[in-house]
Design a protein around this ligand. Sequence first.
Ligand code: ZN
Length: 239
Amino acid sequence: MEAGQPTSTIRCLHCRYDLTGLVEEQCPECGRAFRRDDPTTFMNSGQFLSSFNRRVRGFGIALVKLELLGFSGIFVFWLWFGGFIAITLMFVGFVLALVTGAVLMMTGSPPGAIRRREKQYALLAMLIPPIMLFGIGPPTVPVLERWRNEVTIHRMEALIAEIEAFRRIHGRFPRDEAELLTTRGKAMPKSAWGDELDYHCDGDSFVITCWTARAHNFLAMIYAYDSRDPHRGIVVESF
Ligand SMILES: [Zn+2]
């Protein structure tokens, strides 16, 4: 212990206030008493530094955890909704992971096993975002895309069946979306991307369309059904 050395910096155990060179044996900040001849009543510079390092390390670890949590959230958001904003947020998250990981690695933690383990965690934290972005994302997106496409077509087919049922009862198609809504008693169905299906009727034919811009790869899709179409099929166009 270097407690006897008058030149070394000493700090309050409670509030870390610098007590070096004080005449009174009491902390002016929080009032805690200390005794210069008793090293257990204050903190020396080495103890202060290691407690500071612990705090910085704890902060770094918390930041990495928070960032990974946020990144996972954005990743799920991107898988479901796609789009430019989510990809940008993911890139920012990726950079954040790099920075926090680097900060964590450079932090002066004690040597030995703990430091090595922290370096491994930091490395892992840095690797997870690119693994998600390039490893899990690309194979998952087309699967979700196909599934959304099928769901949208099924919802359109169900709506077409409702409209045909209306005609069998009333001898005509619903005049407009308002009448269709009244008959259904609920809102118009939506595509699997969350875009509403539109209904237009011109007397003896009707059209259902759905335009979605939230598909991946900056792709917009149009789902269209025209009752005059001899094939009676739903046309899907992307551009
Ligand atoms: Zn104090």
